[in-house]
Design a protein around this ligand. Structure first.
Ligand code: G3P
Length: 216
């Protein structure tokens, strides 16, 4: 499973990239609003740090303007993937953009039929928001499981991104379901590495090594 980092924070992207586990980056207007600098400037910086798909979202709601925005975003760097919400206008934009070779990440997907529609329109990526579904009292992972099976049944090429991740358990579930990608906040990437027994083990080994060191 590929790991994307879900942030526009340059320091976090740098830190995570050093770990050698980051295959791409996803942003959205909320994540961009949390950092300083112009949208283009931020995307340029991110593209220098990670050599993989970098998602940047359009804010227009009609197909014509989504397409205009997407074309401008795609000019920033060849790795830019344009994030487009799953609406009728969004699907029209995806069809046009993918035909031009501009990759789209259809976002705000909350059920497997929306995922199917995005895949049918030719989206390169489909983002399922598991955390927001859980928040609303649903099982976000069910949508991932269903979508994985449906895409396999019909050999649909879109790649499934599990987004809106709230805990390491979401990533275990995404991996077991066979999702292609999980896009993960920095704090949770850190949690994926840590275990209290690892810390205790390191402490013990270090303490025992201190005893060995003094041997002549
Ligand atoms: O990238 C979009 C998605 O991951 C947003 O997550 O936490 O705002 O539901 P959240």
């Amino acid at each position: 499973m590929e790991i994307f980092i879900d942030t526009a924070n340059i320091e976090q992207i740098k830190e995570a990239a050093k770990l050698g586990v980051v295959d791409g980056v996803t942003t959205n207007p909320t994540l961009i609003s949390r950092v300083q600098g112009s949208f283009t400037e931020i995307l340029n910086q991110i593209c220098k740090l990670v050599d993989g798909p970098i998602s940047a979202e359009v804010v227009s709601l009609d197909a014509e303007n989504m397409i205009k925005e997407a074309r401008n975003l795609a000019k920033i760097h060849q790795n830019i993937v344009v994030k487009i919400p799953i609406t009728k206008e969004g699907l029209q934009a995806v069809k046009v953009l993918e035909a031009e070779g501009i990759r789209c990440n259809v976002t705000l997907v909350f059920n497997s039929m929306q995922a199917l529609m995005a895949a049918k329109a030719g989206a390169s990526f489909v983002s399922i928001f598991v955390g927001r579904l859980d928040d609303a009292g649903h099982q976000g992972t069910d949508v991932v499981r269903e979508s994985v099976v449906i895409f396999r049944n019909y050999d649909l090429k879109s790649r499934i991104i599990v987004a809106s991740i709230r805990s390491p358990l979401h990533i275990v579930e995404a991996a077991l379901a066979g999702a292609d990608i999980a896009t993960i906040p920095f704090k949770i990437i850190e949690q994926l590495v840590a275990h209290p027994l690892t810390d205790i083990g390191i402490e013990r080994f270090s303490a025992d090594w201190e005893k060995v060191k003094t041997r002549t």
